[in-house]
Ligand binder design. Structure first.
Ligand code: IYR
Length: 224
């Protein structure tokens, strides 16, 4: 495997501080949105965000992800109906009272109009293994992917940051179980749905719950 010199631009300490502070302030304004406008979004912004996610580090650089972008109204409707059916089971039967209590302050329920309202749904799939054709035998081989779920988690984080940076709103939605997504989208057998991300502009009257994030003191431990 060939190596090459790292292209790395060293920044002035003042610029480092400035950039990191500005970025933090911008990221503090990101909120999960559940009320979407139907206003269209340029596909280029979605494509750039996915390309950004594709720069993520991954186990053995295997890049075990697929991002399916849906704008087709019929497919969005199918996904909404299937997701709502699963979520009704969740809210009415499968989720424990403890889980429902933990969620109550977010005001969520089994109705998912955002799955149709948002101009785009990005369905992220994880590939626990890859498929390759053995050139000698012609047989399909399974190639194990290492740290696939961790890798996709990192890529999704970068996707959300890119979409926020582009002035778009997102929702990280994990209907459970998610098997219906691979079915509706006829994905290959080595892909498992990981998360559904409606993307668009917030509805004019969008409301978000009043929540706080843990302070730095609570989440950072410095071992000197
Ligand atoms: N998937 C369900 C329930 C849900 C679960 C968690 I954990 C949340 O942070 C939010 C919702 C739903 O989407 O309604």
């Amino acid at each position: 495997m060939p190596f090459q010199p790292l292209a790395f631009k060293r920044l002035h300490p003042d610029e480092q501080r400035q950039r990191s502070q500005t970025f933090l302030e911008h990221m503090k304004t990101r909120r999960t949105v559940r009320d979407f406008s139907t206003e269209p979004v340029p596909l280029e912004l979605i494509a750039n965000a996915i390309a950004t996610a594709g720069t993520a580090p991954s186990g053995a650089n295997q890049q075990p992800w697929t991002f399916v972008v849906i704008s087709n109204p019929d497919i969005k409707r199918q996904i909404r109906l299937a997701a709502e059916a699963e979520e009704r089971e969740n809210y009415e039967r499968r989720m424990s009272q403890e889980w429902l209590d933990a969620l109550a302050h977010l005001g969520t329920d089994a109705n998912k109009p955002h799955l149709e309202d948002a101009p785009y749904l990005i369905i992220v799939f994880v590939q626990p293994y890859g498929l390759s054709i053995d050139s000698a035998t012609g047989e399909t081989k399974h190639v194990k992917h290492y740290y696939a779920t961790e890798s996709v988690g990192i890529a999704v984080g970068m996707l959300l940051v890119s979409l926020h940076q582009a002035g778009l709103a997102t929702l990280t939605h994990t209907p459970s179980p998610m098997g219906f997504l691979a079915e509706i989208l006829t994905r290959p057998p080595n892909e498992r749905a990981y998360v559904v991300i409606p993307v668009g502009y917030p509805a004019k009257d969008a409301q978000v719950p009043v929540i706080t994030k843990k302070s730095l003191d609570e989440i950072m431990v410095h071992v000197e």
